[in-house]
Design a protein around this ligand. Structure first.
Ligand SMILES: NC(=O)c1ccc[n+]([C@@H]2O[C@H](COP(=O)([O-])OP(=O)(O)OC[C@H]3O[C@@H](n4cnc5c(N)ncnc54)[C@H](OP(=O)(O)O)[C@@H]3O)[C@@H](O)[C@H]2O)c1
Length: 262
């Protein structure tokens, strides 16, 4: 009797997991653009793993010159070799940058401005998840904000006069689930994402869509989920708050007038 109940519960849980996974994957956005990128140059930060790696692979597949902007050069070189092998595009290079370190970001951006003739696509993808304890970088910035926001804020200012949009990739099973400090809740979340979440290729679709689709060529200041323009929270629509964040970011990264390219 007990055995029968256990079997029924296990079967019900498996069916539930498979159903959620099927629905989540079925309704996930996919980039269907056939755009070729021959003659274009793209930078993907954090391309040594996960969503960034698959975004870089797709852009290389379309013929772009792809710069993998990564902190771990050795790891990134292995990814570059893999991308070259799987796409047949040999114009895939690695450049070192630590997005949590403003000196490193400045050095990287200056090197790009000096050596590249043009830059068409910048995918600000590098990121980490929250730390349990507050940790400061050499610049005195909180490390998660420095990695995910301030470094990319500076980089974008220095490199692009561009349209710019933001992305939520969904729940994607990548290395990020196990990086940094782990605890029981984080581990359970990682297990659920492993069971039901997107894989890296599916997680990269919205970044790829914004990088290549003609229909978003002139779109800027939007937030995309599953390749769709999506509503943002009231806080994100608050122009006063946005201005404050922009000005605080300019101050905290000590943005110089010559570093503004917009
Ligand atoms: N996975 C999800 O469910 C999810 C959900 C929402 C948002 N995101 C965002 O999606 C982006 C990609 O995440 P992922 O899931 O693909 O994670 P991932 O597999 O851990 O990849 C993160 C990438 O960022 C790089 N990186 C981290 N800190 C860096 C630093 N200081 N300087 C330079 N590169 C750094 C990592 O380099 P190493 O290889 O050297 O570690 C790696 O290449 C992140 O911005 C993340 O916040 C992910």
């Amino acid at each position: 009797m007990v055995c029968c109940v256990v079997t029924t519960v296990v079967a019900a849980v498996v069916v539930l997991i498979l159903t959620v996974k099927f629905i989540y994957h079925y309704q996930s956005g996919r980039c269907t653009s056939k755009t070729r990128l021959v003659g274009k140059t793209a930078i993907v930060t954090g391309a040594s793993a996960g969503i960034g790696k698959e975004t870089a692979r797709d852009l290389a597949q379309r013929g772009a010159r792809v710069i993998l902007a990564c902190r771990n050069v050795e790891k990134a070189e292995r990814v570059a070799e893999d991308i070259k092998k799987t796409t047949g595009n040999t114009d895939v290079v690695v450049r070192e940058v630590d997005t949590s370190d403003l000196t490193s970001v400045r050095k990287f951006a200056e090197d790009i401005l000096r050596t590249e003739t043009a830059l068409h696509i910048l995918v600000n993808n590098a990121g980490m998840s929250g730390m349990k304890k507050r940790k400061l970088t050499a610049d005195g910035l909180e490390v998660t904000m420095a990695t995910n926001h301030f470094g990319h804020f500076l980089l974008t200012n220095m490199l692009l006069d561009v349209t710019a949009n933001s992305v939520h990739p969904g729940a994607v099973y990548t290395e990020i689930m196990w990086k940094g400090e782990t605890n029981l809740i984080k581990s359970i979340f990682a297990l659920l994402v492993w069971l039901m979440g997107k894989d890296e290729k599916l997680g990269a679709q919205t970044s790829i869509y914004l990088a290549v689709s003609e229909e978003v060529n002139n779109v800027t200041g939007k937030y995309y989920v599953d390749c769709k323009d999506t509503k943002v929270s009231a806080a994100a629509k608050d122009a006063g708050l946005a201005k404050k964040l922009w000005e605080a970011s300019e101050q905290l990264v000590k943005l110089r007038p010559e570093e503004r390219h917009y």
